[in-house]
Design a protein around this ligand. Structure first.
Ligand code: ATP
Length: 245
């Protein structure tokens, strides 16, 4: 179980997160939704360790890991897929995968990757930056998956992708969740996030303003009451993303 307890965090003099708490039970999918600038990415960064909170703690399986480096958190099974995917664009698909493979298990890692997402099998030598946006996102998720993580933090996996591509990405996320990997996802596709998630936290201005089981949340209510948008057109904040794959 991953727990974020009373986190206060920000950048320099600016406080972004104000007393944020949430929990991700083992094997569950937790979605964080909210308008631009609500602090969702900042929260993921405090969990992965790339941003140190000024107060509060991050607890994994009962152990306070707040003082651990990002690298040590990775070793504990926390894998962060940042917005923009974080693949190395000038390296090949294979090289990207090998960077995340355990020593001595490289062949197995490549085989698992190809089994998880078959299109990668024929593209091992292709430069990652020349893959489509959807394929790069899948590469980022598969690369996380082969590390056998406990918790994967996924920031805006659907960003800039066409709906059909988003569908296959969510399908894959759902599949890895059934294997017992916990997911903490930040999403702009409200209805898809509600379908995938077990529970949801709604952020606004650095605070959790609503939380609960996903089945109790209504897409329209989230749009109108919490995102300040009158229609339920997806994605919620379509204004800043283009649809391409
Ligand atoms: P978005 O979907 O737009 O990324 P978000 O909910 O993920 O929204 P954050 O990215 O966490 O929001 O940003 C929260 C606030 O922190 C915003 O006001 C943003 O401008 C500010 N912020 C984010 N990163 C930095 C940074 N590196 N330095 C200073 N301020 C930052």
């Amino acid at each position: 179980m991953l727990e974020v307890r009373n986190i206060v965090a920000g950048y320099g003099e600016t406080t972004v997160l104000r007393d944020v708490s949430l929990s991700v039970p083992d094997g569950s999918v937790v979605a964080v939704l909210g308008p631009n600038g609500a602090g969702k990415t900042t929260m993921l960064r405090t969990v992965s360790g790339s941003l140190r909170p000024t107060d509060g703690s991050v607890v994994l399986d009962g152990e306070d890991i707040s003082s651990l480096s990002t690298q040590r958190r990775v070793r504990r099974g926390i894998c962060h897929i940042p917005e923009g995917r974080g693949v190395f664009p000038s390296f090949s698909v294979k090289e990207n995968l090998l960077m995340f493979s355990a020593k001595g298990h490289e062949k197995e890692a490549l085989e698992r990757s190809a089994a998880a997402f078959p299109p990668l099998a024929n593209r091992m030598n292709q430069i990652a930056g020349s893959l489509s946006g959807g394929e790069q996102q899948m590469l980022a998720i598969v690369r996380a998956y082969i590390t056998d993580p406990k918790v994967v933090l996924v920031d805006e996996a659907s960003m800039g992708l066409a709906p059909l591509v988003v569908e296959s990405i969510f399908e894959f996320l759902g599949r890895i969740a059934t294997e017992g990997i916990s997911l903490l996802i930040v999403e702009q596709y409200v209805s898809r996030a509600l379908e995938l998630a077990d529970s949801v936290y709604l952020f606004s201005q650095g605070r959790v303003v609503k939380s609960g089981p996903a089945r109790d949340m209504k897409t329209e209510e989230i749009f109108e009451q919490y995102l300040g948008i009158q229609t339920a057109e997806e994605p919620a904040r379509a204004g800043r993303s283009s649809s391409r794959n």
